[in-house]
Design a protein. Structure first.
Length: 494
């Protein structure tokens, strides 16, 4: 019988220790290390009591002795006085951190909400004889709090958290407790609840010192009838379905990367070799993504394109064959097997090869292209008759000199020029000159070339201004057939 009583006392003390340790996130083993220099996992009974005191637990001498006896280890390798196995004790205490059911049961003892959600109390509400009647009173309190918008916690914070020393502050600061008289004086439902029901609440949440734990009442009321968040207006983003066909949908991901590499004159092989020390020509998918990030190519492809690229060059062992990928990309610069065909001619990559990297226009039907042609003729006729200079207006809106303005800015310019275009006509023009893969960036330089092309002499003059300088060079002494030229023909200045 005595053994069973001791077991119950040990279980109760362990429960109290766990309730003390869990909210404070304390690891009990750290308090025993100073008493075990050899790290044997054992200490004396006196040191065990000292460690419990440092942990913050206040047990009587008899309770400490019963607890130490429970964890006493016997065996041939155990030498007195270090006989208490504190490692086993700490393992039992730390089980509270992995017990989810205990976490749920301890919600009623939460002291505060965020940010102090981990601050908890060891207070346990008292049990009542008529539990059904108490739950009825608790539901009434919850319904009244919800109907009148009353929160119990702020009613007593002035008495609980006063930073100024005052005789009325009879409890510790942030303790969640007030005196019985203070609880009754600030109670908001004096007319709705009978004095007997109020006394019942006080008895339920009474502490051994005679105070009332209002935080436990606040938390239980919140659990019985949770207060939902106040509704507020929202504006969720609803994207319209876009059935537009873009040019990139018909271009493979390898061709787009090839066009970007040609445009930037980049070399891929050296960057891949940084991740391939053995030069096997293989790397992981994560390393491929790292190379694309370093070369700023990750903006050109999305997740689906990256998965498609991996499926093209992925081997059975899960490695990416970057050597084959680099050879396919470098075909834009070189022609494999060129040394076998001496008469073959190679050309430098031009604007057509880099177009997929710079432009992503829409695919338009012939009927829509005909309507756009009529609109361009109409604007071209207006400019020719009125002799309007539109370029400065576009330049005023293009502060960064990108060659692009927004769709709204283009509409404003057309209105400022007294060119009457409805929203449908502006949409047709944007379908042609929005060539970055969206409906907003308008390429005004292409638009100006189409509706206001420069004259031939102006174009030739601009070409001469932008072309490199070529000094005078006299004719050679021999013609194409190897014959000597005359003096007047070889030196025209003499």
């Amino acid at each position: 019988m005595m053994h069973e009583e001791n077991e119950d006392m040990v279980a109760d003390m362990m429960r109290r220790i766990q309730l003390h340790v869990m909210p404070r996130r304390v690891r009990s083993r750290e308090f025993f290390n100073d008493f075990d220099p050899l790290r044997s996992g054992r200490c004396s009974e006196a040191n065990f009591a000292r460690a419990l005191g440092n942990l913050g637990m206040r047990f009587t001498e008899d309770e400490t002795k019963i607890l130490a006896t429970h964890f006493t280890q016997y065996g041939p390798k155990v030498s007195k006085p270090s006989v208490v196995n504190y490692m086993h004790f700490c393992a039992e205490v730390d089980k509270i951190f992995a017990d989810e059911e205990t976490h749920e049961n301890m919600k009623s003892m939460m002291m505060t909400s965020s940010p102090g959600s981990t601050v908890m109390s060891t207070f346990i509400p008292n049990t009542m004889e008529d539990e059904e009647h108490f739950m009825h009173v608790l539901h009434r309190v919850a319904v009244l709090c919800k109907a009148k918008g009353v929160v119990i916690k702020p009613l007593y914070t002035d008495l609980d958290r006063s930073a100024v020393p005052s005789p009325s502050m009879l409890n510790s600061r942030r303790g969640g407790k007030v005196t019985r008289d203070q609880f009754k004086r600030n109670w908001p439902f004096k007319k709705e609840l009978d004095p007997e029901d109020l006394e019942l609440l006080c008895d339920r949440y009474a502490t051994p010192a005679g105070d009332v734990h209002f935080m436990a009442l606040h938390n239980e009321v919140s659990e019985v009838m949770p207060d939902p968040a106040q509704p507020f207006p929202t504006s969720p983003l609803h994207l319209r379905p876009d059935s537009t066909e873009w040019a990139h949908q018909e271009v493979s991901v390898v061709q787009r990367i090839q066009a970007k590499v040609v445009e930037k004159r980049m070399r891929l092989k050296e960057h891949f070799q940084d991740f391939d020390a053995l030069r096997k020509g293989l790397c992981t998918p994560g390393q491929v993504k790292a190379v694309f990030t370093i070369l700023n190519l990750s903006r050109e492809i999305d997740r689906n394109d990256f998965e498609t690229l991996l499926s093209l060059y992925m081997q059975d062992d899960g490695l990416f064959n970057y050597q084959a990928f680099v050879l396919d990309v470098d075909r834009a610069f070189t022609t494999p097997g060129l040394e076998r065909d001496p008469l073959a001619m190679t050309d430098m990559p031009g604007a057509e090869q880099t177009s997929p990297a710079r432009r992503n226009p829409m695919r338009l039907s012939p009927s829509k292209q005909a309507k756009i042609g009529k609109l361009e003729d109409r604007i071209r006729t207006f400019i020719r008759k009125r002799r309007v200079l539109m370029r400065p207006m576009f330049q005023d809106f293009d502060k960064c000199h990108r060659g692009y303005i927004t769709r709204n800015q283009f509409s404003r310019i057309m209105s400022m020029m007294n060119i009457e275009l409805d929203e449908k006509a502006i949409g047709y023009l944007c379908n042609t000159y929005c060539d970055l893969g969206n409906h907003n960036d308008f390429n005004w330089k292409r638009f100006m070339i189409a509706v206001d092309p420069p004259a031939e002499d102006v174009e030739s003059a601009m070409l001469e201004m932008t072309s490199p300088f070529i000094a005078f060079r006299p004719k050679s002494y021999f013609n194409d057939r190897g014959r000597v030229l005359g003096k007047s023909m070889s030196m025209p200045m003499l």
